[in-house]
Ligand binder design. Structure first.
Ligand code: ATP
Length: 231
């Protein structure tokens, strides 16, 4: 579904991602873990087209490497950015409509119905300003917004960031349901313990490179991973 081939991201002279290649097959749940500053967010932003990069991004057979983000998105992924990036002075429904800006009227209706079905609290608050939502609800909104175009692939950056443990559990339950419904997930996550419990395959990134990969349950047992990221 998604192939990354030699992705390199530089900020000035600094190399944040130093030639990363990986694949996400349809329906798979892949997690990317690593220390702060390892380059995980930069890699996802390269896939979405939000940073300049070298290397190829191929989605469903189409090379989208040279397209701007607003064209890449039409090739079929949803993106949950780090820090949620919702629009606080817009209502819940307006935020969702922005997520579905490429949809026709029927697609928008379907997207909104799905969002309110999956997240009833968002339905109850559809006319409220997003700024008035709790942190957990804002995270649900960011996820629901990414689902508006009914993507088959979700790119998710630090979805559990800043959430209390019970909400982290809830968020992962939602991801589990989406995955069970056939959506592939490429997830960057600081909460390695939780992510490795759910994902099928894991990559470990360090200083801009992938240094380890394997089935998530094996990676979770790796002493180097336990020492550095799970504790
Ligand atoms: P974190 O978990 O802290 O978000 P990360 O693994 O996602 O870390 P990145 O955010 O991709 O890592 O950062 C990789 C490196 O690139 C870091 O050294 C960071 O300081 C640097 N970096 C990130 N964004 C920029 C930017 N816009 N300009 C300059 N350097 C940047």
């Amino acid at each position: 579904m998604l192939t990354l081939d030699g992705i390199e991201v530089r900020y000035g002279q600094a190399i944040a991602v130093g030639g990363v290649s990986l694949q996400v097959e349809a329906g798979r749940w892949i997690v990317l873990i690593g220390a702060n500053g390892a380059g995980k967010t930069s890699l996802l932003r390269a896939v979405v087209g939000l940073v300049k990069h070298r290397g190829r991004v191929v989605l469903n057979g189409d090379d989208i490497s040279t397209l701007p983000p607003w064209h890449r998105q039409r090739h079929g992924f949803g993106y949950v950015p780090e820090g949620r990036q919702i629009f606080p002075q817009m209502t819940v429904e307006e935020n969702l409509r922005i997520g579905g800006y490429t949809c026709d009227a029927a697609g928008l209706r379907r997207g909104l119905d799905t969002a309110f079905d999956l997240f009833p609290r968002l339905g109850e608050r559809r006319s409220q300003l997003a700024a008035t939502l709790s942190g957990g609800e804002q995270q649900m909104l960011a996820l629901a917004r990414a689902l508006m175009t009914q993507p088959k692939l979700l790119l998710i950056d630090e979805i559990s960031w800043g959430l209390m443990p019970i909400l982290v559990t809830q968020v992962f339950e939602h991801l589990k349901a989406l995955h069970a419904a056939g959506i592939a997930i490429l997830q960057v996550e600081q909460n390695a313990h939780e992510a490795l419990r759910h994902a099928q395959h894991a990559y470990v990134m360090s200083a801009g490179h992938l240094v380890l990969d394997g089935p998530a349950e094996e990676i979770a047992r790796d002493p180097r991973v336990i020492e550095s990221y799970v504790g």
